[in-house]
Design a protein around this ligand. Structure first.
Ligand SMILES: Cc1cc2nc3c(=O)[nH]c(=O)nc-3n(C[C@H](O)[C@H](O)[C@H](O)COP(=O)(O)OP(=O)(O)OC[C@H]3O[C@@H](n4cnc5c(N)ncnc54)[C@H](O)[C@@H]3O)c2cc1C
Length: 344
């Protein structure tokens, strides 16, 4: 195959924020859609399984070998697609780091992403689980995505509606798994139209500490960064992939039974009217916060975050996650689901 981006037996430890050791049989960097076309015309592609990798910040490799092709999305570029008095639309390469995009927006006084500051990973992965934090989600700003169909080699544009973005979910996690997102288009706001969302109590508290009375997108971004650094372990220091489990959306019957078991379990209401229980609270109430088994552990500062304390394997972390799921189900009758993508 005439493709110079192909590497063999590549150590993926620097490519996953859990920092687990795993060797990829083949590793292929995608810089443009032409690279994908070359790949699709090769026998190598048809003889092997593949996995699309961005920054590896929401991925856990369960085994020490990945006997297939890792497709590392490195499509770059931030392009102004259009602008008027109110908005600027940006078309962004899927391989751009999310934090670089947020920095670009803050630097150019473009609003909409400030509450999503400091989320690791790439722009192309953001629609996969509709990244969200501090009351904001990608769905607030997304216009469309351009995808490459790995079965047919066709390029297509998908509207936000077609992406079916929901709480940490999308069509890409459900029925449309064989596409690579190549570009993402978002709509940002211009200075006079920023809807600065400092309504979140935690953000307000930090803004007070900073002495900010009139929040700007920059000060909200700074507050979010401070909050995140206080709460979440830095993957450069302690391997982790952020929240390992999703918060639990519950119906009325489950709400009653959980309140009978423990009336102190907090509930919050999502904008679409669904009750949600913080999974961290259930994990903490089962005594897991700060515990470790071997080198795999539960963060002492956030019970939703599983950590690699040094030398844990993917399998160690998967086993720990299974124990937690079992305990929470036994105590509360709630089945936790993974937010992190486990590659077997
Ligand atoms: C410390 C920390 C904090 C975090 N905080 C948050 C948070 O606040 N909110 C939040 O939502 N998430 C959070 N995360 C999770 C993670 O940052 C996001 O899910 C991010 O979008 C993952 O990007 P990535 O490029 O690293 O994805 P990867 O881990 O590389 O991939 C994730 C999934 O997306 C698929 N994928 C990746 N790129 C593409 C593409 N171009 N086309 C098709 N499929 C693709 C992969 O196959 C995989 O299934 C956090 C993670 C860490 C480590």
């Amino acid at each position: 195959m005439s493709c110079f981006h192909l590497e063999e037996y590549v150590d993926l430890q620097p490519h996953n924020t859990f920092g687990v050791t795993v060797t990829a049989r083949y590793f292929f960097r995608i810089n443009n859609t032409g690279d994908l076309e070359v790949l699709l015309n090769s026998s190598l592609f048809h003889e092997n399984r593949y996995f699309i990798l961005g920054g590896g910040s929401n991925t856990l490799f369960a085994k020490e070998k990945f006997d297939g092709i890792i497709l590392k999305n490195e499509i770059k570029g931030i392009e102004i697609l259009s602008e008027d008095d109110n908005n600027t639309d940006l078309r962004v390469g899927a391989g751009v780091e999310w934090t670089s995009l947020v920095d670009y927006c803050i630097h150019n006084d473009l609003g909409g992403l400030e509450n999503l500051s400091l989320i690791p990973g790439t722009v192309g992965a953001a629609p996969i689980q509709n990244v969200g934090a501090y009351g904001a989600e990608l769905s607030d700003v997304l216009l469309d995505v351009e995808v490459f169909d790995m079965n047919t080699g066709q390029l297509a544009k998908m509207s936000k509606e077609e992406c079916k973005l929901q709480y940490r979910d999308s069509v890409f996690k459900q029925t449309l798994k064989k596409v690579m997102i190549c570009f993402v288009t978002i709509r940002t706001t211009k200075a006079l139209f920023h809807g600065v969302d400092a309504g979140n109590a935690a953000i307000q508290q930090v803004l007070r500490e900073l002495g900010v009375s009139k929040p700007s997108i920059r000060s909200v971004s700074e507050a979010v960064c401070i909050l995140r650094r206080r709460k979440l372990p830095d993957p450069k220091v302690t391997g982790n992939a952020g929240s390992f489990f999703k918060n639990v959306v519950i119906d009325e019957a489950l709400r009653h039974s959980i309140k009978k078991i423990d009336k102190d379990v907090p509930l919050f209401l999502r904008p679409e009217g669904l009750h949600v229980i913080p999974a961290a609270c259930l994990i903490e109430k089962c005594g897991w916060k700060g515990r470790q088994i071997g080198q795999a552990g539960v963060s002492a500062s956030h019970a939703l975050v599983l950590v690699n304390l040094g030398g844990a394997t993917g399998c160690d972390i998967v086993c720990l996650a299974e124990l937690i799921v079992r305990d929470v189900e036994f105590k509360f009758g709630v089945l936790l689901t993974h937010e992190v993508n486990i590659v077997k």
